[in-house]
Design a protein around this ligand. Structure first.
Ligand code: B16
Ligand code: MG
Length: 217
């Protein structure tokens, strides 16, 4: 049976994906090129350093490690300026209602985010004490699509991967959940999240019962 739900943070519970995109776009523009929203799909769920490598390759730039460290820090500073203005109002539509269903169903919950800023964001939106486990970028050595962030979440909850459902908005995150042996709900477009077991536009369009029925079928 399904006993636990593992949630990605950026793009599932809050729309920080847009802030990541704005900060990376600003960095690319300063370096003399641009990134599109379509290109940005490749950055979702990918760690800060891996994202920078993908962006630099896109712009045809090869830079020394020292400069890359500086650029990643600059992006994070711009990103934090955007995040610092977040409030509980930034929680995506449908999340509160979905979580009250999760509690009624007595399911365990975890956050599985590769973001090192995840604890700060949870604090800004008032959800620091909502989850039974929080796995963030400081607790893992490999980012998505590696399954580590989700397998660690399951381990911390004391459940097996087969008992878990993962909720993800990113191609890399869907792959991570699948590779971890979990049922994956993709939140976004079915044309993008082709590997997900079930796709919905957002948590607003799902009920806990519907997810359990599909995952346990
Ligand atoms: P940071 P998630 C990911 O979070 C984001 O989707 C991705 O765009 C970002 O680069 C990554 O976190 C690292 O974030 O720079 O804050 O450490 O989707 O796994 O919650
Ligand atoms: Mg995400």
């Amino acid at each position: 049976p399904i006993t636990a739900f593992l949630f990605d943070l950026d793009g599932v519970i809050v729309d920080t994906a847009i802030y990541h995109y704005q900060a990376w776009k600003r960095l690319a523009n300063e370096l003399g090129f641009d990134i599109s929203e379509e290109f940005n799909e490749r950055l979702k769920g990918v760690s800060r350093t891996d994202s920078l490598d993908i962006i630099l390759e896109h712009g045809g730039l090869t830079l020394p490690d020292e400069e890359k460290t500086q650029l990643a820090a600059q992006k994070n500073q711009w990103y934090l300026e955007l995040v610092s203005r977040m409030t509980p109002e930034d929680i995506l539509p449908g999340v509160a209602n979905f979580f009250s269903q999760v509690r009624k169903a007595n399911l365990l919950t975890a956050i599985g985010s590769v973001s090192k800023n995840a604890p700060l964001i949870l604090e800004r939106i008032g959800l620091s004490d909502t989850f039974d486990a929080i796995i963030d970028g400081t607790k893992i050595s490999k980012g998505k699509p590696d399954p580590e962030v989700f397998t660690k979440g399951a381990a911390e909850l004391g459940v097996s991967p087969a008992e878990c459902v993962v909720f993800e908005d990113a191609v890399a995150g869907v792959e991570a959940g699948r590779r971890g042996g979990m049922f994956v709900v993709g939140l976004g477009s079915p044309d993008v999240l082709t590997q997900a077991d079930l796709v919905a536009p957002s948590l607003e369009h799902l009920s806990v019962q519907e997810v359990l029925d599909r995952a346990q079928a």
